[in-house]
Design a protein around this ligand. Structure first.
Ligand SMILES: [Zn+2]
Length: 390
């Protein structure tokens, strides 16, 4: 079984949105209370509470405290589960010790089994948007939401519903569906026939070893510029003042817009590549990040781009794996300064050089294209003929 998430935009009345906000605050407080109780219990009796005990404690707290009674009982238990999982991750050495959560970071509630009802699914799109449907979701104790169902999902197999309030005020509802894994690996029979190397970059989003490339689109650049501008504006406002809060919301909206735009772009690129190629060769990012750890001012400005690389990678991998195709990470050491033709290293290549010149064999090629070809070579694939002669 594999869990898949379906995320839809949700709309609600102002009252419902306010109720959701109050509940998030209550859930956050409950989480922190559990954390505190757990610490006390351990200090006094050297006893770590298990999942059932934590759940029971959460329910007891709800019984005693009218503030927590706004929460659905399932949601209450899920808050306990969330704390339990955080603590387990800490005990397994995978994460830091669970800390007190801040209300502005506690943004989602989960209904594990019941307490929600989907109804009145109907077609709403016209023409190009014909697939678009609307549905009404009722979350017990919160209220009604209208969902824009832009893709088909198996309603009957939903195992969990999560409602998320984004910092910008937008609401998303995420359905977790358990699906059998057998539908996969249908198209990927036999050996891969053609491979593509992809170099991800800042000036150019992606360069393919077949010579095509994808520039950073204009709307993306503009969005980045707006974010920088809003960040400057925010720093001039008085902390937590009304104007500060307003700018903060604007900034959150712009960040979300950027995130959505990128995701959409990444998925389109992924689908395109996975249709044409059987094998995707990428550089191993972990190593590269280590190399780039030394931060200077310019780097820091580029961090906005940096965080998206790992997402692009994840999306590309997902699109390939979904079709039963392969993704191969190769070591990224020296990729941009290595000559694709003879393997010589051009030590004098700087970040500003857009064209790669080989001092040993005289080969020259666009810098990123050379890098993507080096990836292919490292993966053991013979690159296409045309570049070997040009
Ligand atoms: Zn060379």
């Amino acid at each position: 079984m594999r869990v898949r998430a379906y995320r839809f935009r949700a709309y609600s009345s102002k009252t419902t949105a306010r109720v959701l906000k109050t509940q998030l605050e209550a859930a956050c407080k409950l989480y922190n209370t559990l954390l505190h109780a757990e610490q006390e219990e351990y200090e006094e009796n050297k006893h770590t509470m298990n999942k059932t005990e934590l759940r029971q404690l959460a329910l007891d707290l709800r019984k005693q405290n009218p503030e927590f009674q706004v929460l659905h009982s399932q949601v209450t238990q899920q808050v306990a589960d969330r704390f339990y999982q955080a603590r387990e991750r800490f005990l397994d050495g995978l994460a830091n010790k669970p800390k007190k959560k801040k209300p502005y970071k506690f943004l989602s509630l989960v209904y594990p089994q019941s307490g929600w009802r989907l109804s009145n699914t109907r077609d709403a799109g016209q023409g190009k948007n014909k697939k678009k449907r609307r549905a009404r979701l009722y979350l017990s104790k919160i209220g009604f939401f209208t969902l824009v169902v832009h893709r088909v999902f198996p309603e009957s197999q939903v195992s969990q519903v999560c409602v998320k309030l984004n910092p910008s005020g937008r609401i998303h509802v995420i359905f977790l569906v358990e699906e059998a894994e057998s539908q996969e690996h249908s198209s990927g029979e036999g050996e891969p026939k053609n491979a593509v190397g992809v170099d991800l970059g800042i000036t150019r989003l992606a360069t393919l070893s077949d010579g095509r490339y994808l520039e950073n689109p204009k709307p993306l650049e503009r969005s980045l510029e707006r974010i920088r501008m809003l960040q400057r504006t925010l720093s001039r406002k008085k902390f937590l003042s009304n104007n500060w809060l307003k700018t903060k919301t604007k900034l959150a909206k712009e960040h979300e817009h950027l995130k959505d735009f990128r995701r959409d772009l990444f998925f389109k690129l992924g689908a395109l590549l996975a249709q044409e190629y059987d094998l995707l060769v990428l550089e191993d990012l972990g190593v590269r990040n280590l190399v780039q750890k030394g931060e200077n001012k310019k780097r820091r400005r580029l961090r906005l781009h940096d965080s998206s690389f790992s997402e692009l990678r994840a999306v590309l991998e997902w699109e390939f794996r979904k079709r039963g195709k392969l993704v191969l990470p190769v070591p990224s050491y020296n990729t941009s300064s290595e000559c694709f033709l003879c393997g010589g290293i051009n030590q004098s290549l700087t970040l500003e050089d857009r064209v790669f010149h080989c001092p040993y064999c005289g080969f020259s090629l666009d810098r990123d294209l050379n890098a993507s070809l080096v990836f292919l070579k490292r993966s053991g694939w013979v690159p296409p003929f045309w570049c070997a002669c040009g």
